[in-house]
Design a protein around this ligand. Structure first.
Ligand SMILES: [Zn+2]
Length: 401
């Protein structure tokens, strides 16, 4: 077999490629992939979101970036693949420049893709990354402003016989890949699938944050090799949960500590520049939010400190296991820091100056195996009233010692 030459590329080099995206391409992409998110088709809907107008699907951006790198080097036996897998034999890393992909779209429009060569960082291979505002990089490359994206949306759907417990699972992409909450085992396959669709496996995650130890937020963390960040008070509480606390079973601490990856953190802990922990107690003793400084300002990934837009509006946490007073203060503090919230059991939203809010993503849920015409099935759209655990007055940090 013919011996292939090594690539003549070095840290700091860039490449780019433009692609004109038409309305027809948006339509065909939807036919192939089933991506019929209204953000791509419904002008009335998008006009009410922060994007303001129709957008191209993310796939246009990703493929454009992949082709920019693949076109230049693929086929030379050098380990560069059109799928965007980075170069290993040459010990450099590609980085997809995805400017344009999520920007407002009006056909015809242009999506830009490209790559930047970075120094070798083995754990960062096979990643598709977004590049935000360019800042001086440690290795002479480029550092991104972190971005936040939802892998699985949270929903507060309940039945008269139990809770679905679908919490939001969120990915923060910066210098590190940080996963905020991992959900319960009923969502495990879907979480892995969402990662795979982004060219990631659980091994690519650098840090996992457990916003709090409740069953529906923490069960899948064993999928990851990364450190598990949890607030000191939360871990302490998980070792000694209140008898009436049905969301923190007594095996919780054993579950969290069965591997030695638990790292206790407190207010202000910095995961990386621009990504930090805020202690937001009330829902539980050690609930935290992750505050991310993005290109468009700070964003809060709150877990159950703020479960939904309704909770942000009323300043009343939906379910309190620790302290009503703390819960209210935590909501106020988050909203003083940012108006953009990735909540625990709702789709992301932004608080508006007029006192209302707007959702930043559509709610999309398909319930299967239910026939609305079945006389045994009924629906109730009334939001559940806030609930406080009986015996909450005996909750205190002293009790945990
Ligand atoms: Zn919770």
């Amino acid at each position: 077999m013919e011996q292939q030459a090594r690539l003549d590329i070095s840290v700091g080099q860039t490449a780019s490629r433009g692609l004109t995206v038409t309305a027809e391409m948006i339509q065909s992409y939807a036919q192939i992939t089933g991506d019929r998110n209204p953000l791509h088709f419904d002008e009335v809907f998008t006009s009410k979101t922060r994007f303001g107008r129709l957008m191209a699907q993310g796939g246009h951006r990703d493929r454009t970036a992949a082709c920019a790198s693949g076109d230049g080097y693929a086929g030379r036996g050098d380990g560069v693949h059109k799928t965007g897998v980075d170069v290993s034999s040459n010990r450099v890393h590609r980085r997809h420049d995805t400017r344009g992909g999520n920007r407002p779209f009006r056909a015809p429009s242009v999506a830009y893709g490209g790559y930047v060569v970075h120094r070798d960082q083995p754990r960062r291979r096979r990643r598709f990354e977004r590049r935000g505002r360019s800042l001086p990089g440690r290795a002479g490359g480029i550092i991104s402003m972190p971005t936040v994206e939802t892998l699985l949306h949270g929903y507060s759907v309940n039945a008269d016989s139990g809770s679905f417990g679908f919490c939001a699972i969120t990915l923060v992409r910066g210098e590190k890949l940080t996963l905020v909450d991992s959900g319960h085992v009923g969502r495990r396959r879907f979480l892995v699938q969402e990662l795979a669709e982004r060219g990631l496996t659980p091994a690519d995650i650098d840090v996992t944050v457990v916003t709090h130890a409740h069953w529906d937020h923490a069960q899948n963390y064993d999928l990851f090799d990364a450190p598990l960040l949890i607030h000191t008070h939360e871990l302490k509480y998980a070792r000694k949960p209140h008898d009436n606390d049905w969301a923190t079973p007594r095996w919780t601490a054993a579950m969290l500590e069965f591997e030695s990856r638990v790292q206790q953190v407190e207010e202000g802990y910095e995961i990386e520049p621009g990504v930090r922990i805020m202690h937001t107690p009330g829902h539980s003793a050690g609930t935290v939010a992750v505050i991310v400084d993005t290109d468009s300002g700070p964003v809060a990934v709150t877990g159950d400190g703020i479960q939904s837009a309704h909770v942000a509006m009323t300043k009343q946490n939906a379910l309190i296991f620790w302290s009503e007073k703390d819960a209210r203060e935590s909501i106020e503090r988050v909203l003083q820091t940012t108006n953009t919230v990735y909540p625990g059991h709702d789709v992301p939203f932004r608080m508006l100056k007029d006192g209302g809010y707007e959702y930043l993503a559509p709610k999309q849920m398909l319930l299967t195996g239910l026939d609305p015409a079945d006389p045994g099935i009924s629906f109730d759209s009334t939001p559940p009233s806030p609930s406080v655990m009986p015996g909450i007055e005996t909750q205190s940090l002293e009790r945990l010692d």
